[in-house]
Design a protein around this ligand. Structure first.
Ligand code: SAM
Length: 207
């Protein structure tokens, strides 16, 4: 099956961005999100935990987790070959990086935790993606969502501006209500949710 326009746009955008992602002025912001999500989820990570991060970028979050938690293995998946090349430049025995889209990810194992940080709005088909994530999790496993979400007033303006600033005409931001409906329809329960600075929204869905 061929790639969707949204997937093609992601590859183009992030293959370019990969070269200065960690040098960009946005790095302190990204570092803040990694630390924040780690602090909110560290209690979920047990000795032997098996973890997947969808849209892992250059893999900094993988290192934070692998170096500060008892996890067994973390896989970082990303559609951008250049992002994955950067990520592979810092090897760690507990981390594996795979190039590919979540839409065509081969289900060869299941995970205790699946993360996706600021990547969900790029995925090609949300309904299909949520079903894939559901199949990827063990029973009781959790999906950790961090992204911008649509809504009224300021969130609506923020999402419209993000699409312009990052030249991402193809992406779509769902509202909190739309996301919760989608995840619940697939069989997930909402375990926690909170607003974070800069219009970010954090949610934990449990299988
Ligand atoms: C804004 S970056 C965030 C990267 C990383 N999660 C972070 O917080 O630093 C979004 C990432 O999602 C990846 N991505 C976009 N669509 C994807 C897809 N269909 N499957 C897997 N990764 C995807 C992009 O290549 C990009 O690296």
């Amino acid at each position: 099956m061929g790639l969707t326009t949204r997937e093609e746009e992601s590859i183009k955008e992030f293959d370019q961005w990969a070269h200065n992602f960690e040098k960009s002025i946005k790095l302190p912001y990204f570092n803040y999100t990694y630390r924040k999500v780690f602090s909110l989820t560290r209690d979920y990570i047990k000795k032997g935990s098996n973890i997947l991060d969808i849209g892992c970028g250059t893999g900094k979050f993988e290192h934070l987790l692998a170096e500060n938690s008892p996890l067994d293995k973390i896989i970082g998946l990303d559609i951008s070959g250049e992002m994955i090349k950067k990520a592979k430049g810092r090897p760690n025995q507990k981390i594996e990086f795979i190039e590919g889209s979540i839409a065509s990810y081969e289900l060869d194992q299941t995970y205790d935790l699946v993360y996706s940080l600021q990547a969900f709005h790029h995925f090609p088909d949300y309904e299909n993606t949520v079903q894939i994530i559901y199949q990827l999790l063990n029973n009781g496993g959790k999906f950790i969502f961090l992204d911008h979400v649509n809504g009224m007033f300021t969130r609506k303006i923020a999402c419209a501006l993000l699409k312009i600033i990052f030249s991402e005409p193809e992406v779509e931001y769902y509202t909190i209500k739309q996301l919760i409906n989608l995840f619940e329809k697939t069989g997930f329960k909402v375990k926690s949710q909170t607003s974070l600075p800069l219009f970010l929204y954090y949610m934990v869905f449990e299988k």
